[in-house]
Ligand binder design. Structure first.
Ligand code: FNR
Length: 373
C-alpha cells in the first residue's frame, strides 16, 4: 500500500507481516516461550486510563524534552534492535537518517548489521546517538568498543542486563541463520550456531557472569558518557543501579523476548518511581532529576507514551514498530512513523489538557485497573 495509507503504528506491522521474508519476520516478531509477556507489554497499557483536565489553553502544545541535557523533539527514542538488514538492505543507517531528519534519538545496537562507524557517519551534525552494549566475556573487546564509542561522540551507554542467556524464541529458532545480514565483528566463527535461529547464532559471546561488581570497571571505561542499565525489572534493582552511580535505567523485558512472565514495564513503573523518590534519587516530578527512567515494550500510541510520562518516565523506547516501518518503506517509513506519533501527541495532549510534558503529572492517570485482575 501507499505510505500515505499508514495511519497508525499498527499499520506498519500488518504490512511487514505480509511482505517481509519469513526469516526476517520470524526474528523481529518473535517473543519468548508462549509470548505472554510480549502481549502483556502492550495489553497493560489498556488498563491505564486518563483523568483529562479541561479549560487549560492548549492552543499550542510542546512535547519537546531533554534526556539529561540532550534535547529531542519528543519523549520517544528508537531502541536497539539487532540485525536491521534482515528487514531492509540499508539496515540500521535507515534508522539513523530518519532519526536525524525527525530529531529523535537512536540507540545503536551492538549487534547491528551495519558497522558502528557507518551508523555514526550517517548522522547529521549535532544528532544525539546512544549505544546499547552487550558485555563480552572478553572484557578487552568490550572496553575497546566503549572507547571507540566515546571517541565518536556517543552520549550514553545502555548496558543490556536482561540477557545472560538468550530467551527461547521458537518462531525464530525454526528458521536457520544464514548470517548474510550480520556484519558485526562480534560474531566469531567458532561460536556461531547456525541451526538455532538468528538470535542464538549471534549472541553466544555475551557474558553470563556479568554482575554488580563489574559495573565500576565499565563505568570507569565509559567516563564522560551516561551509563544506563537496560532491562531492569523491579524497584530493588533500580535502587541498586542508582546506588551504584548509574545515570538511569530502562524498565524493559526486552520486548518479551527473554523471560516469559516478566512483568510489563508500565506495571512496575509506579513502584520504581516511588522507591527512587523515597531515597532521594529523583526530584519531584515537575523538575526532573538527573536519574532518568526510560521504559520500553509494547508502546504503540502517543497515549501509551503519555501514560508512562505521567507515571514518571522521561521517555519511552520503541522497537518493533520502527523496524517494521524500516522494513516496509525504508527511511521514509520510519519518518512517517515519527510524524504519525507527532500528530497523535499534539491531539492527545490537547485532549488531556496538557500544554507541555511538565503538565503530564501522576494525577492525569488512573492506574487502579492496572493492579486489579
Ligand atoms: C530487540 N531488543 C534488543 N535489545 C537489546 O538490548 N539488544 C539487542 O540487540 C536487541 N535486539 C532486538 C531485536 C529485535 C528484533 C527486537 C524486536 C528487540 C529489545 C529492544 O531494545 C526493546 O527492549 C524492545 O524491542 C521493546 O519492545 P517493542 O517496542 O518491540 O514492543
Amino acid at each position: 500500500p501507499d505510505i500515505e495509507e499508514m495511519l497508525s503504528l499498527h499499520d506498519f506491522e500488518a504490512v511487514a507481516r505480509r511482505i517481509m521474508n519469513r526469516r526476517g519476520w520470524n526474528y523481529y516478531s518473535s517473543g519468548a516461550d508462549d509470548e505472554i509477556t510480549m502481549r502483556e507489554n502492550h495489553n497493560a497499557y489498556h488498563r491505564v486510563w486518563f483523568r483529562p483536565r479541561i479549560l487549560r489553553n492548549v492552543k499550542t502544545v510542546d512535547f519537546s524534552t531533554k534526556f539529561w541535557d540532550f534535547p529531542t523533539s519528543m519523549p520517544v527514542y528508537i531502541t536497539a534492535t539487532a540485525l536491521g538488514k534482515l528487514g531492509h538492505p540499508e539496515g540500521e543507517v535507515a534508522l539513523t537518517r530518519a532519526a536525524g531528519k525527525e530529531d529523535i534519538i537512536q540507540m545503536i545496537p551492538t549487534l547491528a548489521s551495519c558497522s558502528f562507524d557507518e551508523m555514526v557517519d550517517a548522522s547529521v551534525p549535532g544528532q544525539v546517538q546512544f549505544l546499547q552494549l552487550y558485555v563480552n566475556s572478553d572484557r578487552a573487546r568490550t572496553k575497546k568498543i566503549i572507547a571507540h564509542a566515546k571517541e565518536r561522540g556517543v552520549k550514553a551507554l545502555f548496558i543490556t542486563v536482561d540477557a545472560p542467556q538468550l530467551g527461547r524464541r521458537e518462531k525464530d529458532m525454526r528458521t536457520k541463520f544464514e548470517g548474510a545480514a550480520a556484519s558485526h565483528q562480534e560474531k566469531g566463527k567458532d561460536t556461531v550456531r547456525r541451526d538455532q535461529g538468528a538470535a542464538r547464532a549471534i549472541s553466544s559471546f555475551i557474558d553470563p557472569s556479568l554482575n554488580w561488581a563489574d559495573l565500576a570497571e565499565l563505568k570507569e571505561a565509559a567516563q564522560g558518557m551516561k551509563v544506563v542499565l537496560k532491562g531492569v525489572q523491579c524497584w530493588e534493582d533500580a535502587v541498586m543501579a542508582a546506588e551504584a552511580g548509574c545515570d538511569g535505567v530502562v524498565l524493559s523485558n526486552h520486548g518479551g523476548r527473554q523471560l516469559d512472565f516478566a512483568p510489563s514495564p508500565i506495571a512496575i513503573l509506579p513502584s520504581v518511581v516511588a522507591a527512587l523518590q523515597q531515597r532521594g534519587f529523583m526530584t519531584p516530578h515537575a523538575t526532573r532529576g538527573k536519574f532518568e527512567i526510560f521504559i520500553d515494550g509494547g508502546v504503540r500510541r502517543a497515549t501509551d507514551v503519555l501514560k508512562a510520562i505521567a507515571l514518571g518516565a522521561t521517555a519511552v523506547g520503541i522497537g518493533r514498530p520502527m523496524i517494521y516501518a524500516m522494513s516496509t518503506y525504508g527511511e521514509e517509513g520510519v519518518r512517517k512513523l515519527v510524524q504519525i506519533l507527532r500528530d497523535e501527541f499534539e491531539m492527545n495532549m490537547r485532549l488531556i489538557g496538557a500544554p507541555t510534558l511538565a503538565d503530564v503529572v501522576p494525577g492525569m492517570v488512573d492506574t487502579r485497573a492496572l493492579f486489579t485482575p
